[in-house]
Design a protein around this ligand. Structure first.
Ligand SMILES: [Zn+2]
Ligand SMILES: [Zn+2]
Length: 229
Protein backbone atom coordinates (compact mmCIF):
# COMPACT_ATOMS: atom_id res chain seq x y z
CA UNK A 1 0.00 0.00 0.00
CA UNK A 2 1.36 3.37 -1.04
CA UNK A 3 0.45 6.60 0.77
CA UNK A 4 0.41 9.33 -1.86
CA UNK A 5 0.66 12.20 0.63
CA UNK A 6 2.72 11.01 3.59
CA UNK A 7 4.10 14.50 4.15
CA UNK A 8 2.51 17.86 4.76
CA UNK A 9 -0.10 17.81 2.02
CA UNK A 10 -3.85 17.66 2.59
CA UNK A 11 -6.30 17.33 -0.28
CA UNK A 12 -9.74 17.41 1.36
CA UNK A 13 -11.17 20.40 3.23
CA UNK A 14 -14.15 22.73 3.14
CA UNK A 15 -14.53 26.50 3.24
CA UNK A 16 -17.41 28.80 4.15
CA UNK A 17 -17.10 30.59 0.82
CA UNK A 18 -18.48 27.67 -1.18
CA UNK A 19 -19.90 25.12 1.26
CA UNK A 20 -20.12 24.01 4.88
CA UNK A 21 -16.73 24.80 6.41
CA UNK A 22 -16.51 27.36 9.22
CA UNK A 23 -13.59 29.34 7.77
CA UNK A 24 -12.88 31.41 4.71
CA UNK A 25 -10.38 30.38 2.05
CA UNK A 26 -8.02 33.08 3.29
CA UNK A 27 -8.25 31.92 6.91
CA UNK A 28 -7.61 28.33 5.86
CA UNK A 29 -4.58 29.21 3.76
CA UNK A 30 -3.13 31.50 6.40
CA UNK A 31 -3.50 28.81 9.06
CA UNK A 32 -2.22 26.04 6.76
CA UNK A 33 1.04 27.99 6.51
CA UNK A 34 1.26 28.38 10.28
CA UNK A 35 0.96 24.63 10.89
CA UNK A 36 3.48 23.74 8.20
CA UNK A 37 1.35 22.39 5.39
CA UNK A 38 3.08 22.73 2.01
CA UNK A 39 0.16 21.98 -0.31
CA UNK A 40 -3.61 21.89 0.18
CA UNK A 41 -6.68 21.11 -1.87
CA UNK A 42 -9.75 23.14 -0.92
CA UNK A 43 -12.52 20.82 -2.06
CA UNK A 44 -15.96 22.22 -1.41
CA UNK A 45 -19.16 20.27 -1.97
CA UNK A 46 -20.74 20.12 -5.41
CA UNK A 47 -23.81 22.07 -6.52
CA UNK A 48 -26.28 19.17 -6.09
CA UNK A 49 -25.22 18.82 -2.46
CA UNK A 50 -25.42 22.58 -1.89
CA UNK A 51 -28.88 22.80 -3.46
CA UNK A 52 -30.17 19.83 -1.49
CA UNK A 53 -29.05 21.37 1.78
CA UNK A 54 -30.23 24.85 0.94
CA UNK A 55 -26.90 26.63 0.93
CA UNK A 56 -27.04 30.23 -0.13
CA UNK A 57 -24.54 31.30 -2.77
CA UNK A 58 -21.94 33.43 -1.03
CA UNK A 59 -19.09 33.69 -3.50
CA UNK A 60 -18.99 33.40 -7.26
CA UNK A 61 -16.94 30.38 -8.22
CA UNK A 62 -15.19 32.07 -11.12
CA UNK A 63 -13.59 34.56 -8.73
CA UNK A 64 -11.15 31.88 -7.51
CA UNK A 65 -9.35 32.25 -10.83
CA UNK A 66 -8.19 35.64 -9.52
CA UNK A 67 -7.23 34.43 -6.05
CA UNK A 68 -3.51 34.37 -5.18
CA UNK A 69 -1.85 33.28 -2.00
CA UNK A 70 -0.54 36.46 -0.33
CA UNK A 71 0.20 34.84 3.04
CA UNK A 72 2.85 32.17 2.62
CA UNK A 73 4.25 29.57 0.22
CA UNK A 74 1.48 27.01 0.63
CA UNK A 75 0.46 25.69 -2.77
CA UNK A 76 -3.32 25.88 -3.10
CA UNK A 77 -5.47 23.84 -5.48
CA UNK A 78 -9.22 24.33 -5.73
CA UNK A 79 -11.11 21.08 -6.17
CA UNK A 80 -14.63 19.77 -5.74
CA UNK A 81 -16.09 16.96 -3.64
CA UNK A 82 -18.47 15.35 -6.12
CA UNK A 83 -21.50 13.24 -5.24
CA UNK A 84 -22.92 10.13 -6.84
CA UNK A 85 -26.55 10.91 -7.67
CA UNK A 86 -28.08 7.51 -8.48
CA UNK A 87 -27.30 3.89 -9.26
CA UNK A 88 -26.63 4.69 -12.91
CA UNK A 89 -23.53 6.40 -11.61
CA UNK A 90 -24.44 9.94 -12.62
CA UNK A 91 -22.35 12.37 -10.60
CA UNK A 92 -22.36 16.08 -9.86
CA UNK A 93 -18.84 17.52 -10.03
CA UNK A 94 -19.37 21.26 -10.44
CA UNK A 95 -20.03 24.32 -8.31
CA UNK A 96 -22.12 26.92 -10.12
CA UNK A 97 -21.41 25.07 -13.35
CA UNK A 98 -17.63 25.27 -12.91
CA UNK A 99 -15.72 22.02 -12.51
CA UNK A 100 -12.12 21.36 -11.39
CA UNK A 101 -9.07 19.16 -11.96
CA UNK A 102 -9.13 17.77 -8.42
CA UNK A 103 -12.31 15.70 -8.07
CA UNK A 104 -13.15 13.67 -4.97
CA UNK A 105 -15.88 11.08 -5.54
CA UNK A 106 -18.11 10.70 -2.47
CA UNK A 107 -21.59 9.79 -1.31
CA UNK A 108 -23.51 11.38 1.55
CA UNK A 109 -26.60 10.03 3.29
CA UNK A 110 -29.68 10.35 1.05
CA UNK A 111 -28.58 13.72 -0.19
CA UNK A 112 -28.10 14.04 -3.04
CA UNK A 113 -28.00 10.24 -3.64
CA UNK A 114 -31.64 9.44 -4.25
CA UNK A 115 -31.66 5.78 -5.16
CA UNK A 116 -32.23 2.64 -3.11
CA UNK A 117 -29.34 2.24 -0.62
CA UNK A 118 -29.15 -1.41 -1.63
CA UNK A 119 -27.86 -0.17 -4.98
CA UNK A 120 -25.00 1.90 -3.55
CA UNK A 121 -22.33 -0.57 -4.66
CA UNK A 122 -23.74 -0.56 -8.18
CA UNK A 123 -23.80 3.24 -8.03
CA UNK A 124 -20.09 3.34 -7.12
CA UNK A 125 -19.10 0.78 -9.73
CA UNK A 126 -21.02 2.56 -12.49
CA UNK A 127 -19.65 5.98 -11.51
CA UNK A 128 -16.09 4.66 -11.45
CA UNK A 129 -16.48 2.89 -14.80
CA UNK A 130 -17.88 6.04 -16.40
CA UNK A 131 -15.73 8.73 -14.80
CA UNK A 132 -12.46 7.06 -13.77
CA UNK A 133 -10.47 9.45 -15.94
CA UNK A 134 -11.84 12.44 -13.98
CA UNK A 135 -11.78 11.07 -10.42
CA UNK A 136 -8.71 11.98 -8.34
CA UNK A 137 -9.66 9.71 -5.42
CA UNK A 138 -12.64 8.29 -3.52
CA UNK A 139 -13.58 10.33 -0.44
CA UNK A 140 -14.47 8.55 2.83
CA UNK A 141 -15.61 5.30 1.13
CA UNK A 142 -15.73 3.66 4.58
CA UNK A 143 -18.03 6.20 6.20
CA UNK A 144 -20.98 4.92 8.23
CA UNK A 145 -23.44 6.44 5.76
CA UNK A 146 -23.85 3.31 3.63
CA UNK A 147 -21.97 0.88 5.84
CA UNK A 148 -24.68 -1.81 5.74
CA UNK A 149 -24.96 -1.75 1.96
CA UNK A 150 -21.58 -1.12 0.38
CA UNK A 151 -19.37 -3.96 -0.85
CA UNK A 152 -16.15 -2.16 -0.01
CA UNK A 153 -13.96 -4.89 -1.47
CA UNK A 154 -15.67 -4.71 -4.88
CA UNK A 155 -15.32 -0.91 -4.92
CA UNK A 156 -11.66 -1.09 -3.83
CA UNK A 157 -10.83 -3.66 -6.50
CA UNK A 158 -12.32 -1.51 -9.25
CA UNK A 159 -10.38 1.52 -7.97
CA UNK A 160 -7.19 -0.56 -7.99
CA UNK A 161 -7.92 -1.56 -11.59
CA UNK A 162 -8.20 2.08 -12.68
CA UNK A 163 -5.37 3.26 -10.40
CA UNK A 164 -7.76 5.45 -8.39
CA UNK A 165 -6.59 5.97 -4.79
CA UNK A 166 -8.98 5.70 -1.84
CA UNK A 167 -9.08 8.03 1.12
CA UNK A 168 -8.42 7.48 4.80
CA UNK A 169 -10.45 10.35 6.22
CA UNK A 170 -9.21 11.91 9.45
CA UNK A 171 -12.33 13.84 10.45
CA UNK A 172 -14.49 10.78 9.87
CA UNK A 173 -12.23 8.70 12.12
CA UNK A 174 -12.06 11.30 14.88
CA UNK A 175 -15.84 11.84 14.96
CA UNK A 176 -16.75 8.13 14.81
CA UNK A 177 -18.26 8.31 11.35
CA UNK A 178 -16.06 5.52 9.96
CA UNK A 179 -17.04 1.87 9.73
CA UNK A 180 -13.75 0.42 10.97
CA UNK A 181 -14.61 -3.05 9.76
CA UNK A 182 -14.93 -1.70 6.21
CA UNK A 183 -11.82 0.45 6.64
CA UNK A 184 -9.74 -2.55 7.66
CA UNK A 185 -11.08 -4.59 4.75
CA UNK A 186 -10.20 -1.77 2.36
CA UNK A 187 -6.72 -1.24 3.81
CA UNK A 188 -5.85 -4.91 3.38
CA UNK A 189 -6.30 -4.79 -0.40
CA UNK A 190 -6.07 -1.16 -1.54
CA UNK A 191 -3.10 -0.19 -3.73
CA UNK A 192 -2.88 3.53 -3.03
CA UNK A 193 -4.38 5.86 -0.44
CA UNK A 194 -4.58 9.52 0.41
CA UNK A 195 -4.63 10.51 4.08
CA UNK A 196 -6.66 13.71 4.35
CA UNK A 197 -8.32 15.76 7.05
CA UNK A 198 -11.72 16.51 5.47
CA UNK A 199 -11.57 19.50 7.79
CA UNK A 200 -14.50 21.83 8.25
CA UNK A 201 -12.71 23.73 11.06
CA UNK A 202 -9.14 24.93 11.67
CA UNK A 203 -8.95 22.51 14.59
CA UNK A 204 -9.61 19.61 12.25
CA UNK A 205 -7.08 20.97 9.76
CA UNK A 206 -4.52 20.79 12.54
CA UNK A 207 -5.41 17.44 14.12
CA UNK A 208 -7.44 15.16 11.86
CA UNK A 209 -4.68 13.79 9.61
CA UNK A 210 -2.58 12.95 12.66
CA UNK A 211 -5.48 10.90 14.02
CA UNK A 212 -5.71 9.02 10.74
CA UNK A 213 -1.97 8.26 10.79
CA UNK A 214 -2.27 7.16 14.40
CA UNK A 215 -5.02 4.73 13.40
CA UNK A 216 -2.89 3.33 10.57
CA UNK A 217 0.09 2.92 12.89
CA UNK A 218 -1.79 1.39 15.81
CA UNK A 219 -3.48 -1.13 13.57
CA UNK A 220 -0.30 -2.22 11.83
CA UNK A 221 -0.99 -0.80 8.38
CA UNK A 222 2.11 1.43 8.48
CA UNK A 223 5.20 1.75 10.63
CA UNK A 224 5.66 4.84 12.80
CA UNK A 225 4.82 8.02 10.99
CA UNK A 226 6.74 11.26 11.35
CA UNK A 227 5.06 13.55 8.80
CA UNK A 228 8.15 13.65 6.63
CA UNK A 229 7.96 12.54 3.04
ZN1 LIG B 1 -18.99 19.04 4.38
ZN1 LIG C 1 -17.78 14.24 2.30
Amino acid sequence: MEIINPGNEDYHMHSINFSDGLNTIDEIVNYAGKIGLSKIGITDHNQAYLDKRGFVRRTYRNIINRWENVYNNVKVQFGIEADILNSKGDICMDIQGVTADLIILSTHPSRPYKDNPNKITLAYLNAIERFHDKITFLGHPCSVYYEDYIDIEAVTELCNKYDIPMEVNGANISTNRTNLNNLNKMLKIVDRIYVNSDSHTLYELKTARAEAFQYLTENGFIKTHSFKS
